[in-house]
Design a protein around this ligand. Structure first.
Ligand SMILES: [Fe+2]
Length: 376
């Protein structure tokens, strides 16, 4: 068993002075989404971080899923600015681009050679190291603590994955206040993604005793906080704090295990049907759990059921999951993007081709049964 996660995590506003220290007198390129760029100017906390730098340059990323075209533009720009730090502010996409950019700068490859290595699955060696800081503005992906980045070729509908210890950020600064302006819908999808990621790290052949501990804490907290997202009877800041915590815990869990079948199924749902990532993953959560229970050789699902014994005393693990997710009406939300079931079924051949599917406990899942029961 091993567990390696080198990211220095700074959680909460009170950590702000330490983050200032990390950035102080650095020459940084700031990769950010448009929304994050706006919030830098209206948020004193972010403003102070930028002002502590010796010099800085912004690169504002195009919105949408991370893709080769935008990455190529990023790699081909800024050759004159010799940054010694990368700061990434935004959602999962901004963080994915920053990981690629960090690896690119360390590799000393040309943009073309770097993209060629990325697309041909060749390993990329980072010869030099550049300090990096992630400041996520939405709680869910956990990307700030994982060594993975995903880039899509939108023309060929092809997904490329980077998985390298050089992709880890050196530091992650999580300030829940930054996520408070996210829309209710996106907040729910992000929370469902984090819950699903924690779950996927358990029904996963790579699960071990240490990753399990992070995942189970994320799941327990999700059982408390997900219902609050629909009720709106707790202060937004309190809910956001818990969501950020779930995201970090789940992110650390999948940094060791990767995700599994729900994520593999979700990718074509997102790039072909534009179903938001969190919703696309959460859609099959209960059905995938059910199909994995007979393959629980290491006993982590049984252990999860025991660890959740205080929730819905008479329910088994699957029933607990169903009762938690039922109020979100996931199938109805999916129907906002899909006219009929066949639109989903037509993508079935692309749902098991991803490496994530190979992490799943059940090595030969019945896809048709999973999709049909999730749709109903
Ligand atoms: Fe995810």
């Amino acid at each position: 068993m091993n567990f390696i996660n080198p990211v220095g995590i700074y959680f909460g506003l009170e950590e702000h002075p330490k983050v200032i220290n990390i950035c102080s007198h650095r020459k940084a390129i700031i990769l950010c989404s448009k929304r994050a760029y706006t919030s830098i100017h209206s948020n004193q906390d972010l403003n102070d971080i930028v002002r502590s730098l010796r010099s800085h340059m912004y690169y504002i990323l195009e919105s949408g899923i991370p893709n080769l075209c935008t990455l190529n533009k990023l790699l081909s720009a800024n050759t004159y600015f010799d940054a010694d730090m990368i700061i990434s502010i935004g959602g999962g996409s901004a963080l994915d681009y920053a990981k690629c950019y960090k690896l690119y700068l360390g590799s000393r490859l040309s943009p073309r050679d770097f993209l060629e290595c990325l697309c041909s699955d060749k390993s990329i060696i980072a010869g030099s190291k550049i300090r990096s800081l992630a400041i996520p503005t939405i709680a869910g992906t956990g990307s700030e603590v994982t060594p993975y980045a995903t880039i899509w070729d939108l023309e060929r509908f092809q997904k490329y994955s980077l998985h390298s210890s050089s992709c880890y950020f050196d530091f992650a600064y999580i300030n829940p206040i930054l996520s408070e302006s996210v829309s209710s819908k996106n907040r729910i999808y992000a929370a469902l993604d984090a819950f699903n990621q924690a779950s996927e790290s358990i029904w996963n052949t790579n699960c071990n005793d240490i990753s399990y501990m992070y995942a189970v804490e994320a799941i327990k907290l999700s059982f408390r906080v997900l219902p609050q997202l629909l009720k709106n009877d707790l202060p937004r800041s309190q809910v956001q704090q818990s969501l950020n915590f779930v995201s970090i815990l789940a992110g650390i869990a999948i940094s060791q295990t990767q995700t599994a079948l729900c994520h593999s199924i979700s990718y074509p749902l997102t790039y072909k049907l534009q179903i938001p990532h969190g919703l696309a993953c959460a859609f099959t959560t209960c059905a995938v759990l059910h199909s994995n229970i007979p393959y629980d050789k290491k006993g982590y699902l049984e252990r999860l059921e025991y660890d959740l014994k205080d929730i819905g005393h008479h329910d088994d693990l699957h029933q607990k999951y169903v009762k938690l997710l039922e109020p979100f009406k996931l199938s109805q939300l999916v129907r906002e993007y899909v006219h009929e079931y066949d639109d989903i079924w037509l993508l079935a051949d692309k749902m098991l081709s991803n490496k994530r599917a190979a992490n799943n406990l059940n090595p030969a899942p019945n896809l048709s049964s999973i999709l049909e029961s999730s749709w109903l």
